[in-house]
Ligand binder design. Structure first.
Ligand code: PNS
Length: 159
C-alpha cells in the first residue's frame, strides 16, 4: 500500500495546506497528516485543536489519517511504514530551504523519498506565519484559511 506522510506544524491550517492535502490524497492509498508537537514555544492552536480541525476538514476523505508526532520526521515516517514525504513548494526560497532537509532525511531513511508539490499560484503567498501576524492585529484571514479555521480563530481570539 503506497503511503505518504504530509508533515507540518499546521498552526493554523491554511488554504494552501488543504489544496496540497487534497491533491496528495489522490496520489496515494493512504495519506497520513503528521502534526508536529512543540513546533513553536507559543503556538496559536494547541496540538489537540490542530488535530481536531484537520480531522474535521478531511472527514470526507477516508484515506486520510491525522496523527501527531514529536522528534525526527524520519522516525515518524519509519513508524508509519510510509515511503513518501510530501512537502509543498511555493517559491524558490521554499525550495532552497526544503532541498537540504529532503536530502538529509533521505540519508537518514532511504526507504522514504520526499515528493515536492508545487503550490497553486493563488495560494503561493499564504503561510501560517502570515496568518498568525494577521491574527495578532485582528486582520481579515478569510482569504487565507478554510471557513472552519476562520470561525475557530474568531471565537478563540475574540474577533
Ligand atoms: O509546517 P512546517 O513548520 O514548515 O513543518 C516543518 C516540519 C514539521 C516538516 C519540520 O520542522 C520537521 O520535519 N520537523 C521534525 C524534526 C526534523 O526531523 N527535522 C529535520 C532534521 S534534518
Amino acid at each position: 500500500m503506497a503511503t505518504a506522510v504530509f508533515p507540518g506544524s499546521f498552526d493554523p491550517v491554511t488554504l494552501g495546506h488543504m489544496d496540497l492535502i487534497k491533491r496528495a490524497s489522490g496520489m496515494f492509498d493512504k495519506l497520513i497528516i503528521g502534526v508536529l508537537v512543540n513546533s513553536s514555544k507559543q503556538p496559536l492552536c494547541t496540538i489537540e485543536e490542530r488535530i481536531c480541525i484537520l480531522e474535521e476538514l478531511t472527514k470526507n476523505i477516508p484515506s486520510i489519517e491525522v496523527m501527531s508526532f514529536d522528534g525526527l520526521l524520519v522516525d515518524f515516517v519509519h513508524q508509519t511504514g510510509a515511503d513518501t514525504v510530501i512537502r509543498g513548494i511555493r517559491n524558490s526560497a521554499d525550495f532552497e530551504y526544503e532541498l537540504p532537509l529532503a536530502q538529509a532525511n533521505y540519508k537518514l531513511n532511504n526507504k522514504a523519498d520526499t515528493l515536492f508539490l508545487a503550490t497553486l499560484p493563488e495560494y503561493s503567498y499564504i503561510s501560517s506565519s502570515a496568518v498568525k501576524e494577521l491574527i495578532r492585529y485582528k486582520g481579515d484571514i478569510k482569504e487565507f484559511v478554510p471557513d472552519v479555521v476562520c470561525k475557530f480563530i474568531m471565537q478563540k481570539c475574540n474577533y
